[in-house]
Design a protein around this ligand. Structure first.
Ligand code: CP
Length: 303
């Protein structure tokens, strides 16, 4: 079988995305299946993670595979000066697939070119987070019944937030109307707006969430990515730009759902959690089923 990596969401055709979502749906009904018996999955996390790493580990465990890896680059030989190239060439021979998170944009593509086994990008800097996108698509399709013709409001740090970059590129396939709500200095980067322009898709930019919340099928909140700021004062200026509170949901559609890739810091008040439109913890659970689907798809197993 030809090696397939997942570095950008555009590495998958629309049919392949739907296939993975359909596999995930079956895993939701029957999560424990011995489809990766004998397979070894490496998780190389050069940046912190709770959901991505642990949902991958849960997915592998439920599929009968084994996990090796590190959760912190400081416990690896990177601290002795080993290059990413040498790390990947070494780990490559210990496993059947690599899941990697790294702070440098483009690192996952580089790793996929060095490795003989498939590489899954679990987030590379401010660039892409395609497995998050697949679980976001799963959550959107599950709650809205379709991916077609939806209105999606993306809120917060659209400059450094890799989840919104990947999700925007994916949702562009289903005639989505986008609303980008951010402080001016954290707006959607020009290359992503050009991506939509080239597809003749409509997007609107706002600074006030209340202007658009009543029109949205999905409100996708994001954290301001403190770790990407070189100047702490710049972070302080924008860190609380948007705080979603239950009192702001009065004009929102009944079937609207609030998503957030998590972790949240302050951008969704705890009083939203009890609103039936809050969906972010279910969304995190959907990550297990979706990552089961991704692993099986890339390793040629079928449920
Ligand atoms: N959504 C997400 O990537 O969460 P973690 O950073 O906890 O993996």
């Amino acid at each position: 079988m030809k090696k397939r990596s997942l570095v950008s969401i555009d590495d998958l055709s629309t049919d392949e995305i739907i296939k993975i979502l359909d596999m995930a749906k079956k895993f939701e009904k029957e999560p424990t299946q011995n489809l990766l018996n004998g397979k070894v999955v490496s998780t190389l996390f050069f940046e912190p993670s709770t959901r991505t790493r642990l949902s991958f580990e849960s997915a592998v465990s439920r599929l009968g595979g084994k996990i090796i890896g590190f959760t912190d680059a400081s416990s690896s030989s990177v601290t002795k000066g080993e290059t990413l190239n040498d790390t990947i060439r070494t780990v490559n021979s210990y496993c059947d697939i690599i899941v990697m998170r790294h702070p440098i944009e483009g690192s996952a593509r580089y790793a996929s070119e060095v490795a003989d086994v498939p590489v899954i990008n679990a987030g590379d800097g401010a660039n892409q987070h395609p497995t998050q996108t697949l679980l976001d698509l799963y959550s959107i399709r599950k709650t809205q019944g379709t991916l077609d013709n939806l209105s999606v409001a993306m809120v917060g740090d659209l400059k450094y937030g890799r989840t919104v970059h990947s999700l925007m590129m994916a949702m562009a396939r289903w005639n989505t109307t986008f609303h980008f709500i951010s402080p001016e200095e954290l707006g959607m980067p020009p290359e992503y707006k050009l991506y939509l322009d080239n597809l003749d898709l409509t997007y609107y930019e706002h600074t006030d969430l209340n202007e658009v919340s009543g029109k949205a099928d999905i409100i996708y909140m994001t954290r301001v990515q403190k770790e990407r700021f070189s100047d702490p004062m710049e972070y302080e200026k924008v860190k609380n730009a948007y705080v979603l509170r239950r009192s702001m949901l009065g004009s929102c559609r009944e079937n609207m759902r609030i998503l957030h890739p998590l972790p949240r810091v302050n951008e969704i008040h705890y009083d939203v959690d009890s609103d039936p439109r809050a969906y972010y913890f279910e969304q995190a659970l959907n990550g297990v089923y979706t990552r089961q689907g991704i692993l099986c798809f890339l390793l040629g197993a079928s449920n």
